[in-house]
Design a protein around this ligand. Structure first.
Ligand code: ZN
Length: 74
């Protein structure tokens, strides 16, 4: 998995997690399920959202260059 897919997966999991958490307003267990899903977005972010050159985490960087080493990440 490359960093772009990892970022998309992270944002998707976060969004789904929050939607389910809000549904927990009507049925409480959903709040916990949503919380777990939202937290699971940290996994692809931690494992794959890295610069291919220096290996440091890119965070919310969606640009063309790594903010740590300055090399192109595309
Ligand atoms: Zn880098």
């Amino acid at each position: 998995m490359d960093y772009k897919k990892a970022q998309i997966l992270r944002d998707t999991l976060m969004l789904i997690g929050f939607v389910i958490m809000f549904a927990g307003y009507f049925w409480n267990p959903l709040a916990i399920i949503g919380f777990v899903i939202a937290l699971s977005c940290l996994v692809p972010d931690y494992l794959y959202n890295k610069c291919p050159h220096c290996g440091k985490r890119l965070g919310r960087n969606a640009g063309k260059f790594c903010q740590h080493c300055g090399k192109e990440i595309d």
